[in-house]
Design a protein around this ligand. Structure first.
Ligand code: ACM
Ligand code: ZN
Length: 746
């Protein structure tokens, strides 16, 4: 056992490669790189050879001598051998004490092998060492993408290049560059100078989160764009790293910046202003106006010339149809083209642009809304509102990239700590990204074959600085890298974390600050007999947790956590985490409520939607849902009312009932029309004891009724769904979501 540890296990533990290779065997000994090491590579691998030489030199000062064939017996040999490596992007890396042979299917495979090699190198000035090992590796998915929104906040060319470097390090092959949106047009289009003069700039930026009312703005001019020369340089840079850049030009929605520059492209003719606020705007490209298509075709001509990518992303998401339904030109178009509604008009729009792209030898990708009103003949679908759109597209034999908001939107919070950096949406911890299994619900190979891969999204509304962007992106990007590249069977979260921790040195050298919040204290809880049992967890190796339940801040003198504990009354658990000798991370705080309904049986009449918790027990588990709405506490009902009955088990005096609803119109979550609390002793005849009609808080509304004690065994709560989201609101015309949590009975 000891022997095994010394030779194999320790070497594996010591060397951490992400994404995990398909197969890796280690042996004894090391290969040492020194000034006598030769680098042998054919001319077609000159970029890859240069990459390795630069890396070795930067690490150690060692200059590898280049050669076309071995003249010394200590060498690193890069070659393409498609007989051994028959899968695209695959490589084999063989490290002995004498030499290194990296053979690959193609130049991309060589680069991936070098990225692996780079993660294996130990040492610094003068001596670099690599463990004796043999690696066989190839990707699971052909499409491994990361997106970046540069419209909401603009990122420098240097930042983009650094992003490309890291994408390559973790074996991504696609960068989806979201170049246009309401808040700024970011790519130079020579034919349309107003895009640069007007569209690239806004008069200010929202301060804080858009859910905070009233909205305030900094009124500072903000903007910028990439010149075509800069774009070309970035494209060249990416190509050397075998990264394809897919540009996105948004249409027909998310178009305010373009309309501000060229108001005649909108239904009303404007005037329009580049947006200062985050969201979805009613003014979109007019679909009745032929000049809109001329404009977009001219733009796409320039974009197609800049980007060699076979694919161009044309957006298609979140296009409100209100203006089209009132626009004479759009209505005329619908009539002439026999389109039955505005969804079909959107489909007409996307199809027309796709046809143009196809005529130029390019393919269109669109967000999953392009399914509505009929999918364009050849379009690839990027599924973001969950996987349904992607699955529907695959069923229609269209290629699909899974990019669901539920798992791979890195603008979501990555921890539930209240101090976590401001983020757009709910809660997507590292573990959730790592657990993502695309199209898990689909078994049929005939459908799965259209799943081309996965992509993570970085929307930048709340990422005004490089530091904030890095915090949001890392390490979640690294987890997605493993999802995209590694074999499903090899995925193991604790093992990933131990490798991830070992990447810190490398990331630091690359000036990348990662959010190391994933090892912080977390909790789970269960309810039993009117008590809450709390389990505290950490993934920090050898982490020790100290906690209190009396409100005081814990120290190493407080109770050390050794296993689940129970709470028989309301308490706020506070806990701190220590590694060997110092505190790690932030103070953990979580309130638990123990009340008459805690752990009791709840029967709900309607089926909650799968996007949130679907288990009715979450309503009486003693934990309140937070504004990070997918925290697994809320139950959601789409367009449906909600009716729940709690059985307290026996007649019990009740004098207070509380319930929370989440009112977040920007997430299509609407306050109910009314809420009623009822009580009963027999479960048949219920007395209404409280009705609420007003839920004024933007956020969590607590509905509370205090009354003279009554004897009740059953408590019923009814909440009437808003129904259809009203005009002018986000999601107008769609069914409103009703979010409900904890029913507290006292
Ligand atoms: C999107 O998040 N609107 C694609
Ligand atoms: Zn119109």
């Amino acid at each position: 056992m000891l022997l095994l540890c010394q030779s194999v296990l320790c070497a594996l533990a010591q060397y951490s490669v992400i994404p995990k290779p398909v197969a890796m065997h280690t042996g004894d000994g090391v290969f040492a790189i020194d000034n006598n090491t030769q680098l042998i590579a054919p001319g077609e691998l000159k970029n890859e050879a240069a990459f390795l030489r630069q890396y070795v030199q930067a690490q150690s000062g060692i200059r590898l001598s280049m050669s076309r064939s071995a003249t010394s017996n200590r060498y690193i040999h890069l070659l393409i051998d498609t007989a051994i490596n028959y899968k695209a992007e695959s490589y084999t890396l063989d490290i002995t004490t004498k030499n290194i042979t990296l053979s690959a299917h193609d130049a991309a495979g060589v680069l991936y092998g070098l990225q692996t090699l780079r993660q294996l190198i130990k040492g610094s000035a003068k001596t670099l060492q690599l463990p004796v090992c043999n690696i066989t590796d190839y990707p699971r998915f052909a499409y491994r993408g990361m997106h970046l929104d540069v419209s909401r906040h603009f990122f420098s060319v240097d930042f983009i290049k650094q992003y490309i470097d890291v994408l390559s390090l973790y074996k991504f092959n696609t960068f989806h560059w979201h170049l246009t949106d309401d808040q700024g047009w970011r790519v130079e289009i020579k034919k349309y100078p107003e895009l640069q003069r007007m569209g690239a700039w806004r008069d200010g930026t929202l301060i804080g989160h858009k859910k905070e009312l009233p909205h305030t703005f900094d009124n500072k001019k903000y903007g910028g764009y990439y010149t075509q020369e800069e774009v070309k340089a970035v494209v060249r840079y990416a190509a050397e790293k075998h990264i394809t850049i897919i540009p996105e030009i948004e249409m027909p929605g998310h178009a305010l910046a373009a309309l501000a520059a060229y108001p005649s492209l909108g239904c009303t003719g404007g005037p329009y202003k580049t947006a200062k606020f985050w969201g979805v705007f009613d003014d979109v490209f007019c679909a009745g106006n032929d000049s809109t298509f001329t404009f977009l075709q001219n733009v796409l001509d320039e974009v197609a010339a800049l980007f060699p990518s076979r694919y161009i992303h044309i957006g298609g998401d979140e296009c409100p149809k209100g203006k089209w339904n009132q626009c004479p030109k759009c209505l005329k178009r619908m009539k002439e083209e026999r389109l039955s509604d505005a969804h079909e008009l959107q489909s007409y729009f996307v199809k027309r642009v796709e046809k143009y792209l196809n005529s130029k030898g390019k393919q269109a990708i669109g967000w999953d809304e392009i399914l509505e009103g009929g999918l364009s003949p050849n379009a690839t679908v990027m599924s973001w509102r969950g996987e349904e759109g992607g699955i529907a597209a695959a069923q229609q034999k269209h290629d699909v990239i899974m990019a669901p908001e539920s798992h791979v939107y890195f603008d979501y919070y990555q921890s539930l700590y209240p101090e976590e950096q401001l983020a757009a949406g709910g809660y997507t911890p590292l573990s959730k990204v790592y657990s993502y299994e695309p199209m898990a619900s689909v078994q049929e190979d005939s459908i799965r074959t259209y799943l081309k891969g996965v992509q993570g999204e970085v929307w930048s509304e709340y990422l005004p600085t490089v530091a904030k962007a890095q915090h949001a992106i890392f390490p979640r990007l690294i987890a997605l890298g493993e999802v995209a590249w590694s074999q499903q069977a090899s995925r193991n979260y604790p093992d990933f974390l131990s490798r991830l921790r070992q990447q810190r040195t490398l990331l630091k050298k690359l000036n990348i600050a990662t959010a190391d919040v994933f090892d912080e204290i977390n909790y789970t809880s269960t309810v039993k007999d009117n008590r809450v049992e709390v389990t505290l967890t950490t993934t920090l190796p050898n982490g020790r947790i100290y906690y209190t339940t009396d409100g005081t801040v814990p120290t190493p003198k407080s109770q050390q956590y050794s296993g689940a504990f129970t709470l028989a009354k309301n308490a706020e658990v506070k806990a701190v985490l220590f590694d060997v000798n110092k505190q790690y991370g932030r103070l953990f705080k979580q309130a638990f409520f123990v009340h008459k309904a805690t752990g009791k049986t709840v029967t709900i009449k309607q089926q909650p939607i799968a996007r949130f918790n679907t288990n009715s027990s979450a309503l009486v588990n003693g934990v309140l849902g937070t504004t990070r709405y997918n925290d697994n506490q809320w139950l959601g009902f789409k367009g449906q009312d909600y009716e729940a009955i709690v059985d307290l088990g026996a007649a019990t005096p009740v004098s207070n009932i509380k319930m929370n609803v989440l009112n977040y119109h920007w997430q299509k979550m609407w306050q109910p029309d009314h809420v009623q609390f009822l009580v009963s002793t027999d479960g048949i005849y219920f007395n209404i004891i409280y009705t609420a009609n007003s839920f004024p808080v933007n956020g969590i509304n607590t509905i509370e009724a205090t009354f003279k004690a009554v004897n009740a065994r059953y408590v019923k709560v009814i909440a009437k769904n808003k129904g259809i989201i009203p005009a002018e609101e986000y999601g107008a015309g769609e069914q409103a979501l009703l979010l409900i949590d904890e029913i507290i009975v006292q």
